[in-house]
Design a binder for this molecule. Structure first.
Ligand SMILES: Nc1ncnc2c1ncn2[C@@H]1O[C@H](COP(=O)(O)OP(=O)(O)O)[C@@H](O)[C@H]1O
Ligand SMILES: [Mg+2]
Length: 272
C-alpha cells in the first residue's frame, strides 16, 4: 500500500515545554517498495515511523494510506489500520512467558481468530521464517537472529501490507544481519509487503532499500534512489558519513588479517 506523509509536524510536551522533533515531513512511499529512513540517534526516525501506525499522533499534518486519511482514526478504524501494519524492533519485544508458537498466535487471539486457525497460520509463518522446529521453545532459548525471526512471523500474523522495521538488525552481528535482511527482502517480494526500514547504518540502507530519506534534526535533508544517493550525496551529513565509512573500511581491511573474529566486529560505517 502507498504511504503518504503530508506536512507532518510532531512536538512533545505543550506550551513553554513544547519541543518540536519533526518539522514539515513530506514523503510518499510506493506500494511494494523498500523505503529507508536513515539518520543518527535522536534524529526523529522512531517518532516518524510511530506516526505511520499512530502509536504517536502527529501534532499537525496528515498520514494517508492508499489515499485514505488515517490521522484521526479511532476505535475500530484504528484497530483495522494497526492490523494492516506489522512492526518489528531492535530488542525483538517478544513475550518471554509465551512459547514461540504462542508469540505468533498472539495478534490472532486479539482479534478472536479460532484456535485451530491461528495455530495453522502461526505454523505456516514459522515455516516461512525457518523456525518450524522451534515452535515449543521460549524466547530465552533462542539466538538473537532466531528471536527476530519470531518477531517477524508475529508481525505477519494478520497478513499486513506494510511492515515497519525500527533498527531491526541493530542488535545483531553482521552475518545474522545479512540473513535477516535477506528474509525481509523475501517477504517484500513474495508477500508484496511494503517495508519501511529505519536504520542508522549506511550498509543496511545500501543493502536493502530501493529509496532512502536522510533525516537530521527532525528534517528530511535529502531523499532519492539508494544507488544515486550514495553515488552523489548532496547533504553535508551524508557526504561526511560516506567519507568516514570509506576511511573505516580501508582501516578495517588492513586490520582484518589480525582480527580473531571478523564477523562479530561491529559495523564500522555507522552514523555516530
Ligand atoms: N515520548 C517522548 N517524549 C519526549 N521526547 C521524546 C519522546 N520520544 C522521543 N523524544 C525525543 O524526540 C527526539 C527524536 O527521538 P527518536 O524519534 O526516538 O529518534 P531516533 O529514533 O532517530 O533515535 C529526541 O530528541 C528524543 O529525545
Ligand atoms: Mg529510534
Amino acid at each position: 500500500m502507498t504511504i503518504q506523509i503530508d506536512h507532518l509536524h510532531k512536538s512533545y510536551g505543550s506550551g513553554a515545554e513544547a519541543h518540536e522533533v519533526l518539522h514539515d515531513i513530506n514523503l510518499t512511499i510506493d506500494s511494494g517498495e523498500v523505503f529507508g529512513i536513515l539518520g543518527s540517534s535522536g534524529a526523529g526516525k522512531s517518532t516518524l515511523v510511530r506516526c505511520i501506525n499512530l502509536l504517536e499522533r502527529p501534532t499537525s499534518g496528515k498520514v494517508l494510506i492508499d489515499g485514505r486519511d488515517i490521522t484521526g482514526a479511532k476505535g475500530k478504524e484504528l484497530a483495522d489500520v494497526r492490523a494492516g501494519i506489522g512492526m518489528i524492533f531492535q530488542n525483538f519485544s517478544l513475550f518471554q512467558q509465551r512459547t514461540v508458537l504462542r508469540n505468533v498466535t498472539f495478534p490472532l487471539e486479539l482479534n478472536h481468530t479460532p484456535k485451530a486457525k491461528r495455530e495453522e497460520r502461526a505454523r505456516y509463518l514459522l515455516d516461512l521464517v525457518g523456525l518450524a522446529d522451534l515452535a515449543d521453545r521460549y524466547p530465552s532459548q533462542l539466538s538473537g537472529g532466531q528471536q527476530q525471526r519470531v518477531a517477524i512471523a508475529r508481525a505477519l500474523a494478520n497478513n499486513p501490507s506494510i511492515m515497519l522495521c525500527d533498527e531491526a538488525t541493530s542488535a545483531l552481528d553482521s552475518t545474522t544481519t545479512a540473513q535477516i535482511l535477506d528474509l525481509l527482502r523475501r517477504i517484500n517480494r513474495e508477500l508484496n509487503v511494503t517495508l519501511v526500514v529505519i536504520t542508522h547504518s549506511l550498509s543496511v540502507a545500501r543493502n536493502i532499500c530501493d529509496r532512502v530519506a536522510m533525516i537530521d534534526g527532525g528534517r528530511i535533508v535529502e531523499m532519492g534512489d539508494t544507488e544515486e544517493l550514495f553515488a552523489n550525496p548532496q547533504s553535508d551529513i551524508l557526504k561526511t558519513l560516506i567519507a568516514d565509512a570509506k576511511v573505516e573500511n580501508h582501516r578495517h581491511k588492513h586490520d582484518s588479517a589480525s582480527s580473531d573474529n571478523p564477523t562479530d566486529a561491529p559495523a564500522k560505517e555507522e552514523v555516530k
